[in-house]
Design a protein around this ligand. Sequence first.
Ligand SMILES: Nc1ccn([C@@H]2O[C@H](COP(=O)(O)OP(=O)(O)OP(=O)(O)O)[C@@H](O)[C@H]2O)c(=O)n1
Ligand SMILES: C[C@](O)(CO)[C@H](O)COP(=O)(O)O
Length: 242
Amino acid sequence: MTTLAILTAAGSGTRLGRDVPKALVDLGGFPLVLHAARRLAASGMVDRLVVTCPAGLADVVGEILAGDPELGLPTRVVEGGATRQASVAAGLRLAGPDDDVVLVHDAARPLAPPELVRRVVTAVRAGHAAVVPGLPVVDTVKRVAPRAPDDAGGAEKVVETPDRSLLRVVQTPQGFERAVLDRAHAEGRARAAAEHLAATDDAGLVEALGLPVHVVPGADAAMKITTERDLLVAGLLAEEAS
Ligand SMILES: Nc1ccn([C@@H]2O[C@H](COP(=O)(O)OP(=O)(O)OP(=O)(O)O)[C@@H](O)[C@H]2O)c(=O)n1
Ligand SMILES: C[C@](O)(CO)[C@H](O)COP(=O)(O)O
């Protein structure tokens, strides 16, 4: 039985605002997608890699990965879809018959450490069908009322202050039993949409099926790069680690 990692790298990086897709942006001499792929491989727990890429860039991304001496993993590149969910689904279609565990990871989290990958896979192999890394919330969080359509803006009404000791900020890689992730993408997407559930990650689709999801400790280094500021912070983290 084998573990497949789907590495999503098909986004455009609008919020980063560069003239290349985010996954190809340089961090300390290497593109984000390569950093993420290397760390998945270094975990020693991934057997195969499928990378989703923006339309028309399969050759470029394929060359980056194929030419890397550190990677050493059977790797396929596939064009992603219009949304992250569609990109993950495109990757999942390339799962092989022996892939019983599937990790879904973001190139936008290039420094997620190999230990974190191991923690997630170990928890799935120990019997948890859906596992996400999570960190405690350090700020006080308020839930606000939805704005009325004619609301021109201004102050928002607070509805509640959830107990932050029970909140987690979740990251990737997220790990799944293959059958559960297949079902989540086949049925969970429609159910989440119909019930207006927030399914901005794959675990959200599993939750939409009413199935349990478990959290293991996340890692600061698995931070997501969304803006230029994040890229600066990631640069410092990468330097610190080298
Ligand atoms: N259609 C999409 C959209 C996103 N992603 C991937 O999903 C991850 C998380 O997405 P995000 O950080 O939002 O990346 P972008 O969509 O590229 O960023 P933005 O929303 O600023 O355009 C990234 O690794 C991104 O490449 C993807 O594979 N396919
Ligand atoms: C999947 C994810 O990285 C978990 O934190 C996150 O939900 C992706 O969100 P984005 O807004 O699509 O970047």
